[in-house]
Design a protein around this ligand. Structure first.
Ligand code: CP
Length: 301
């Protein structure tokens, strides 16, 4: 595997990365195989969690980190993303993280870039390291619940249509055997190449059958502002928002959210410190998973 996209992850690479993330989480003194290597952060779209956790992960491994800062780069003079990455490679930088709005950009590079390019989220189709950190967090919950992964059911709730997290999680979690379902207004659903996904119409139906609900953000920046999208966004608030009452009724139900959270939209205000909301744990685990991802791609280079 050269570049990291969701589709390039197979079950064995997923398991290796998750096992190494677990090692990094418990290691008191970090053993790094890639200290002194260099990493460029190329975020052509805004990010807090992914950008900072890749930077922190790389620094914990003793890597040099360089931020492209696209707004100050020659992209403003019309240089393409490919030429920007080729320049990074020519500078001798060992790896680049890229976040962009285009779908499948990394696949178009194939072998024309020799250094590994890791997706930090591309278009609506790809956010592999988010799916890996979510899988890592779900494995921890499986251990805590005393259930194997293939007996856990996770339901994706909210704006599935515009969510890169949904696409990547469906691929990674189904490879690991997690049972998956979707609960969303019709206009916010889309079909996936996976016949095992169950669809629920109501949040109560989803909660009845699930161990974990993963709320997905309404992607205001990706909505087409069509009347159906706006109606769907309103129905997320009135029918699909996760609230205190639901968590009181379902005492074993966990809630995940990749962030950033629209408080009052996907999740009711006041749930910020709820013990079964895993959003902060997901962020914390992201550092270990990204350490393992960097090591996986760079240690054999
Ligand atoms: N979950 C996630 O990708 O968050 P950021 O956009 O802050 O990186």
């Amino acid at each position: 595997m050269k570049h990291l996209t969701t589709l390039s992850l197979d079950k064995s690479s997923i398991e290796t990365i998750l096992d190494n993330a677990a090692r990094f989480k418990t290691e008191l003194v970090i053993s790094s195989k890639i200290g002194g290597r260099s990493l460029a952060l190329c975020f052509f779209e805004n990010s807090t969690r992914t950008r900072l956790s890749f930077e922190l992960a790389a620094k914990k491994l003793g890597m040099l980190v360089i931020d492209l800062a696209p707004e100050h780069s020659s992209l403003s003079k019309g240089e393409t993303i490919f030429d920007t990455l080729k320049t990074i490679e020519s500078l001798g930088i060992d790896c680049a993280i890229i976040r962009c709005t285009e779908n499948n950009l990394l696949d178009s590079f194939d072998d024309s870039l020799k250094i590994p390019i890791i997706s930090g989220g591309q278009g609506i189709d790809d956010h592999p390291t988010q799916a890996l950190l979510d899988a890592f967090t779900i494995k921890e919950i499986a251990i805590r619940s005393g259930k194997p992964l293939n007996e856990l059911e996770l339901c994706l709730v909210g704006d599935i249509k515009h969510s890169r997290v949904a696409t990547s999680n469906i691929k990674v979690l189904s490879d690991l055997g997690v049972q998956l379902s979707i609960c969303a207004p019709n206009q916010f659903r889309r079909s996936f190449d996976n016949d095992n996904i169950v669809y629920y119409d109501t949040l109560e139906e989803a909660a009845d059958n699930s161990d974990i609900l993963m709320a997905l953000r309404i992607q205001k920046e990706r909505l087409l502002e069509s009347s159906t999208d706006i109606l769907s966004a309103e129905s997320i608030i009135s029918e699909y928002r996760i609230n205190h009452r639901l968590l009181e009724s379902y005492k074993k139900l966990y809630i995940m959210h990749p962030g950033p959270i629209n408080w009052g939209v996907e999740l009711e205000n006041g749930l910020q410190n709820h013990p079964r909301l895993l959003a902060n744990r997901q962020v914390a685990n992201g550092v270990f998973v990204r350490m393992a991802t960097l090591e996986y791609f760079l240690s054999n280079q």
